[in-house]
Design a protein around this ligand. Structure first.
Ligand code: URA
Length: 194
């Protein structure tokens, strides 16, 4: 079966079985989106208002900023895959609760193991905690880590600040843009050793 079709089946299955309480308040599930054969998977926090309306991750202002940064390294959304720790919008965009993340975790694990990317980019602390549980984003952003986790397997990680956090903070914005420019170099290293 082609990867795309298998990915669609993962989303369809988890949409039916996911027990996350955010289902009660969200308009719809926001599935991961992009290239099923991508070398890079970006993982955000949770859908916002626009994502909840459209059913596509990162289509609001954080998404526009992300698209600009992708363009700065000659990537388009079609080249990457992007998803979130939780697939339903939390009310008023509050942080997802531990139980909500836990209830959506199997969904994320299935997406990642199918795509099996060379590089995972957690955007912000909620996605970061899955891969480097005790790390602080302010200390690890823009660095390459290789880690082996019981449910995500052997993974290369480059944590970045979340684009929404950087959107209105000039300092973080500059740091995120600089970190982004390091991605091609990390990817080339990983391709060589793959
Ligand atoms: N922020 C996220 O973390 N995810 C989205 O899909 C949009 C904004």
């Amino acid at each position: 079966m082609k990867k795309e079709k298998a990915l669609e089946e993962i989303h369809t299955r988890h949409s039916l079985i996911c027990q996350c309480a955010l289902r009660d308040t969200a308009t719809r599930a926001v599935w991961g989106n992009g290239n099923a054969d991508a070398d890079i998977v970006f993982i955000g926090e949770a859908p916002g208002k626009k994502e909840d309306q459209e059913g596509i991750p990162f289509v609001g202002s954080a998404g526009k900023f992300l698209n600009e940064m992708l363009a700065s390294i000659a990537l388009r959304r079609e080249d990457i895959y992007i998803t979130n720790t939780v697939k339903y919008r939390p009310p008023n965009n509050r942080d997802p609760l531990p139980q909500e993340k836990l209830d959506c975790r199997a969904w994320l694990i299935d997406e990642i193991s199918l795509i099996n990317p060379l590089l995972i980019i957690p955007l912000g602390r909620h996605a970061l905690e899955y891969f480097l549980p005790n790390a602080r984003i302010s200390e690890v952003h823009g660095q390459l880590f290789e880690t082996t986790l019981s449910d995500f397997g052997k993974r290369a990680i480059v944590p970045l600040y979340h684009p929404a956090a950087a959107l209105y903070n000039g300092g973080l914005r500059a740091t995120l843009k600089e970190d982004f420019l390091l991605i091609p170099k990390f990817l080339a290293t990983l391709r060589k050793s793959a």
